[in-house]
Structure formats: C-alpha cells, structure tokens
Write a protein that binds this ligand. Sequence first.
Ligand SMILES: [Zn+2]
Ligand SMILES: [Zn+2]
Length: 237
Amino acid sequence: MARPSNRIANLIQAKDYKTILEIVAEFHGHYCPGIALGVMAAVSSLESLNREQVGSGMEDYLAVVETNNCFTDAVQIITGCTFGNNALVFRDLGKVALSLLQRDSADPTTGRGVRAIVKLDIRAALKQELPEFSRLFEEVVIYRNRAPQTLLEYQKIAKTASRRIIDYPSTELFQLTKSEQKIPFYAPIHPTVFCDRCKEPVMSTRARNDAEETLCLPCSQVPSFQLSGQGIEQQRA
Ligand SMILES: [Zn+2]
Ligand SMILES: [Zn+2]
C-alpha cells in the first residue's frame, strides 16, 4: 500500500533535502539544528535501505527514536511513522538516534534495518562555524529572551544553521549501522468502557474495576504517565 502523497519520496529521490527541510520546518514551527539532523538521519536511513518511503503507517515499518526533541518531528514527516499511527516508538534514552526497522513477517516482534546515531557534536561545530548562532541560541533558547528583534535574528540564523547541517556528508553526522531489535507487537484494539464517576468513555485497559465500579485512572487516583518535554514521567492525579 503506497502513501496517499509521494511528495517527500519524490524529493528524496531528487536529493532535494532543502525543500524537505522547509516542509519539516513548516510542521515543526521553526528552523533549528534538531530538525536538520532529523532530516538527514531519516533520509540517510531510508537511502541505506534503498527506499524513498517505508510503507503506509500500518506498522510494517517502525521508526524508533531515543529522544523526543525537534529531531523526532522530521522523522515523523519523512518516514510516515508517527505517534498517531503507532509506527513511532519512543524510547526515553536521551540519545539523538533513529532506528528504521522492518517488521519480520514470521516473527512480528523482531525488526531489522538500520540505526543512525548522531556522532558529531553539532553545538561545538556550529560554535566554530557560525558563532553568531551559538550566541543567539544561548540568548533565546537557554535564557528565554523573547524580545521580537532578537527572536527574528535568531530565526534567521537558525535557518542558516540548519541549511549548513544538511550540507554535511551523512558519514560525518552519523554512525549508521545495521540493526536488529525487539519491537512492540502491532497496536491492539481494546473495547471501550464507561467510567462510573465522570461518565467518560475510556479504553478498557486503562480502566480500574473493583466489585462496585469501573473507574478511569484520574477518577481512581491511580498514577498515570505522560510524555512531555521531561520525557516519560508520572502524572500526579
Ligand atoms: Zn526545533
Ligand atoms: Zn472518570
């Protein structure tokens, strides 16, 4: 099954990484080194598998990311493995790495493909090549200076920095190796039940039952988890 649009696949074939970067920036909201690295990791992984796309988001291919920062947005757009179609797996490991794995048809919990891990210290490289970027990055991203003029200057130089990154040979950016990994089984479909307290519909596996009632996690005061800028963390009810 092919994806409804082959726009990205065509751009990969044409090696038009600049336009791919633009598409990702539009989705992500800004240009930054993170999306540029994500573009190059996704494109290099696809190219090393001799593909322009990986299926249609039906969990035949999985993208495994080890960080939930800017990088991951590029991975989702380019590979089509997303949070919503369950073909994106997030491992909370804090490494800028992408694995692109094809599910084994005989053993669906084994995936084979490649893993790209960023090896270049991109912040140090940019500090040398584009010192103005490093200065503004510190001011805007680390110290959260949001003065309109500074923000504008930062956005401009961040675009230059991300374009610089997509010009690097991928061998300088990543270590790309063949990889075989354990992967989650296809996403299950669970029945819906109703919480007796808030009356909201909830997936049965996320409800708590005792003799008297069925409760959703917030109503039962059971700690649940959320994926946020902090990674996977427990959410207090
Ligand atoms: Zn970003
Ligand atoms: Zn409830």
